[in-house]
Design a protein around this ligand. Structure first.
Ligand SMILES: C[S@@+](CC[C@H](N)C(=O)[O-])C[C@H]1O[C@@H](n2cnc3c(N)ncnc32)[C@H](O)[C@@H]1O
Length: 450
């Protein structure tokens, strides 16, 4: 077609229908990859470049949604399918989840959701599955209330959480678990951290308004902002030049809780990709020396990228926090930020694949690693120094219980009290539950060395 001329209506309609079917097919492929054990972020990276133009937001919505409600959609699919599909047709099973997700949770006309999902089977190169998807989705629409009532009787399907996690949440939070589960199933807001070295939060809010983006300041923070509607980072004014970073409000508390003072030697022990590290550096007092450690070679470039974008510097070190002998130069630290690897059960709404991947056995392994890192780093803290231990977990076994056990075994460790007006007091430390003031779930506990 010659430039400047638009497609005839019939051609444009056919293109749109093809793109809509392609979006469902790609969402199904991503979901299938995650079901096979891939991380959602990696599956998105792999499949999104093949998305038809303009379809990425829809694909993301369907992918995140289908994974968020995977336990419920799996139960419904089992009821709708006469027999389980073969392993190699995991993309067709995932397409059924994507179809059901649209019918239950999205404001898309039913006929459009069904027909686009049916056509997606062709896109997946499995035209034989068109009839199957059509029959299942139409049966779901006919028997919707009965099917949903039936699935609601099964706790895993009703709350869309694996049973082991539901049990763990009920045990840890007898009064709060229903709210936690509900928050885990919600779409998270896009929260930002304004780089106060480049301007004030009020100035950045003005830049957002000028760009047509509605946002409000995060309470209890001088740099946090929440957007009304999520947008790609490329749409954020000044993002590439370091005016702002994407960071949840609860994660933004680390920098002030670490209580850095001028001229201190600071270690961020599990630093990649560098979100909290960069916040520490944005707020670091005069004369701070910052060491950023991480064990994963592939993740160090992410730290460097963030530092470069924000115009910050740190000594970035590849090393294992549980074996300081291999990287430590012998200079004691005044402050240690220990953002340990954890179950990430506080950030399920941002990473719904956690529901499919995390297992109780893995939890035990993570807890042992947390103890090993804490024990190994304690001797590196100077007398009078503080270690801020944190996780994005809501499970006490990774949080206050870890610090309690550590305090019982270390006579030179005491509690440095933390107080946040909105967090739940733990012994020691504080817990922010997911959804609290729109934030993710984080635990913070601070130890002082005598
Ligand atoms: C929760 S993430 C850290 C997030 C980071 N603090 C931020 O704000 O961007 C945990 C990090 O710990 C790293 N890690 C895991 N085991 C480690 C170890 N033994 N020593 C150092 N880093 C480790 C992982 O590679 C991962 O990057």
């Amino acid at each position: 077609m010659s430039p400047g001329r638009s497609a005839p209506p019939a051609v444009a309609e056919a293109d749109a229908a093809l793109a809509a079917a392609g979006a469902r097919a790609i969402a199904a492929r991503i979901v299938a990859r995650v079901v096979h054990g891939r991380l959602l972020d990696r599956a998105l990276e792999r499949e999104l470049p093949t998305a038809p133009p303009g379809q990425v937001p829809l694909i993301q919505e369907m992918t995140y949604g289908a994974l968020r409600f995977a336990p419920k959609l799996q139960t419904l699919s089992t009821r709708l399918l006469k027999r389980p599909l073969r392993e190699r047709d995991a993309d067709v099973s995932a397409l059924l989840w994507v179809g059901l997700y649209q019918l239950i949770h999205m404001r898309i006309q039913e006929y459009a959701a069904v027909s686009c999902s049916v056509e997606a089977a062709t896109w997946l190169d499995k035209p034989w599955a068109k009839e199957l998807i059509n029959a299942c989705l139409r049966r779901f629409l006919r028997e919707k209330s009965a099917l949903l009532a039936e699935t609601a009787a099964d706790p895993e399907a009703r709350y869309s959480h694996p049973l082991w996690l539901l049990d763990a949440l009920k045990q840890a939070w007898p009064a709060h678990w229903p709210a936690i589960v509900e928050a885990n199933n919600e779409r998270p807001p896009l929260s930002l951290r304004v780089n106060l070295r480049r301007g004030t939060r009020e100035e950045y809010l003005q830049r957002l308004r000028t760009a047509g983006l509605d946002a409000t300041p995060l309470p209890h923070s001088d740099s946090g902002v929440v957007l009304q509607e999520p947008v790609p980072v490329s749409a954020l004014p000044g993002f590439a030049e370091g005016a702002v970073s994407v960071q949840d409000g609860a994660a933004q508390l680390a920098a002030s809780l670490l209580d850095m003072q001028p001229g201190q030697n600071v270690l961020d022990a599990c630093a990649a990709p560098g979100g909290k590290l960069c916040h520490l550096l944005e707020r670091a007092p005069e004369g701070t020396r910052m060491v950023a450690l991480d064990k994963e070679p592939a993740r160090l470039p992410l730290i460097q990228q963030n530092l470069r974008r924000l115009g910050l510097t740190a000594e970035v070190v590849l090393g294992d926090a549980s074996e300081p002998g291999s990287w430590w130069d012998g200079r004691s630290f005044d402050r240690i930020l220990l953002d340990v690897p954890c179950s990430a059960t506080g950030v399920i709404r941002r990473h719904p694949d956690i529901k499919l991947h995390r297992t109780p056995a893995e939890l035990g392994k993570l807890q042992r690693l947390q103890v090993a890192i804490l024990q190994a780093l304690w001797p590196l803290l100077r007398s009078g120094g503080k270690l801020l231990y944190m996780t994005c977990s809501v499970l006490p076994g990774e949080n206050d219980e870890q610090l309690q056990a550590f305090l019982a075994e270390h006579a030179d460790a005491g509690v440095a009290p933390l107080s946040l007006p909105f967090a739940l007091a733990r012994n020691p430390g504080v817990q922010i539950l997911p959804g609290e003031q729109g934030m993710d779930g984080f635990y913070y506990g601070c130890l002082r060395k005598s």
